[in-house]
Design a protein around this ligand. Sequence first.
Ligand SMILES: [Zn+2]
Ligand SMILES: [Zn+2]
Length: 346
Amino acid sequence: MLVNAYAAPSATEPLVPTTIRRRDVGPKDVLIEIRYAGICHSDIHLVRGEWGPVTYPQVVGHEIVGVVAEVGAEVTRHRVGDRVGVGCMVDSCRECENCRAGMEQYCLPGNTGTYASVDRDGTITQGGYSTHVVVVEDFVLKVPEAIPYEKAAPLLCAGITTYSPLAHWNAGPGTRVAVVGLGGLGHMAVKIAHAMGAEVTVLSQSLKKRDDGLALGADHYHATSDPATFEDLANTFDLIVNTVSAPLDLDAYLRLLRLDGTMVNVGAPPEAQALHAFTLFSNRRSVAGSGIGSIRETQEMLDFCAEHGIAPETELIAADHINQAYERVLASDVRYRFVIDVATLA
Ligand SMILES: [Zn+2]
Ligand SMILES: [Zn+2]
């Protein structure tokens, strides 16, 4: 099946309209007619070759929502017409210790990414900036009707990437959570942590987005450019969710953790970062990382967002604005996620 898509022809050229081939619908596959696709910062890093060599042309996009258009003969979980979503992975080995534990995001040989991964048939996976995609049913999520359709896509990466650590480290009533950075990930972390019942503080470079942060559900907002922030908030937080992908002074942030507090990183700075063991000894602090979330947890997150009326803040664009949107993402000029109206690709 040949379908319309927007692809990167190389690391340095703008994305262009093209067509790509999708595999035939196998017995366990679902064909999805894509309606909306979010633009994640990872898309930009990847197409520009910043995370390693890429086979071009490459279609990115791993925040996908659409409608089931066809199902294979053995599909039991989804029906034609269902409103569904696909996130950062489309398969895993299903045999390793982590897959068997229902943690396919941590598949030991590596899960199959929604784009730029080698699929079971040896082809390179192509992402959601496209009118259709074929995905094995186990990696397709149900998107509840209560979540506005055109806003749902960013939940599949930004939503789950922040929900998973918040749930794992028990954010909730009586816990103090700090969110570092108020971008695509950060704004979801604030909404979700607030809905979980935690006391939420945003730590942002400046106070420029303070009104937004408080409206999204933060209880407090502090500028990290102000040295007083690090004095006033010492020994305060149970959990710090760091969404920033630039290097930070880890010791300075770790000192904000109270007894048994954890700083979990979901942003990905390219360079290694230093920290002092002594900062960890005080208050028995931990530094951790978290990668997306499992399929079971992603469904739990979607249901949680539906129940609590949570949706990302989005700006809807036509496909021919993708390149401009990339420039604006890089300039932090988006509140808070671009979503492509895939009807403009048809
Ligand atoms: Zn992403
Ligand atoms: Zn596995």
